[in-house]
Design a protein around this ligand. Structure first.
Ligand code: HPA
Length: 262
């Protein structure tokens, strides 16, 4: 562990991986951006930003890069998770913008997913893919850490922000959006949400032994689920409105973490 990262209360900091709409965490106190570090898997998407939220230490990483330069299928997920783990992070909250499939998943609904289905193809999704590494068949029955998910839900309810507890997140390859038929198939599979980023991030976190939970914001109805075309303008306006609630919830999580972090 990197001693510099064991800060307040002798606890390793929690990490937030910000997605679309959260490439920079406005409101982070005393942010210090480190230059991107090298990992055995290459460079993470951006330099890690150390700072404080509600008085607790936090590390922020922009999943798509500071300037949103990495599309979901080009993100170096392995370098991102490796960088966080090697610096002593033990818990990761991932923020993700998603399309809503089932009826309740309307624009700007917030969700803490409890399951996922991986429809991606060809992404590098394991740390053990070299002849000199031991193959890991990690248990991934429950991809999200319940205690960490509960902390997000508790922080939201303390602020009277409504967040859906649970939902199945289907991960597509992108960067194109889906066809209506693909979404219809995903709905039959049980997916409530569609996004492009939580895999392989979640399984790499599991391989690295990190707790991992996600907070998803619906920014559009998925393909074929509304009469409107899905436009970037629509997505951006929902992102802007929803991300302020995401930020408040994360501040709440950090305010609680002083007391409940193990
Ligand atoms: N599909 C996949 N990923 C997404 C979507 C979508 O409709 N909206 C935001 N991320």
């Amino acid at each position: 562990l990197c001693p510099k990262l064991i800060m307040n209360n002798n606890q390793p900091p929690l990490a937030i991986i910000g997605g679309s709409g959260l490439d920079v965490f406005d409101g982070l106190e005393n942010p210090i951006e480190k230059p991107p570090i090298n990992t055995p898997f290459g460079q993470p998407s951006a330099g890690l930003v150390y700072g404080k939220l509600s008085g607790s230490d936090v590390v922020f990483l922009a999943r798509h890069g500071k300037d949103h330069q990495y599309a979901p299928h080009r993100v170096n997920y392995r370098a991102n998770i490796h960088a966080l783990a090697s610096l002593g992070v033990r818990k990761v909250i991932a923020v993700a913008a998603v399309g809503g499939i089932t009826e309740v998943m309307e624009n700007r609904v917030l969700v803490v997913p409890d399951q996922l289905i991986d429809y991606t193809s060809g992404r590098l999704s394991s740390f053990s893919d070299r002849p000199d590494t031991v193959v890991q068949h990690v248990d991934f029955s429950y991809p999200f850490t319940r205690e960490l998910s509960q902390r997000i839900l508790d922080a939201a309810s303390r602020q009277n922000i409504v967040v859906q507890d649970g939902g199945i997140y289907g991960v597509t390859e992108g960067p194109r959006l889906e066809t209506a038929a693909e979404i219809s198939r995903m709905e039959k599979d049980g997916c409530d949400l569609v996004g492009m980023t939580l895999m392989p991030e979640a399984v790499l976190a599991r391989e690295a032994g990190l707790d991992y939970a996600a907070l998803a914001l619906v920014v559009n109805r998925a393909a074929g689920k509304s009469q409107e075309l899905i436009t970037m303008d629509m997505i951006k306006s929902n992102l802007q409105e929803g991300m302020s609630q995401v930020r408040s919830i994360l501040c709440g999580v950090m305010a609680m973490s002083v007391r409940v972090c193990d």
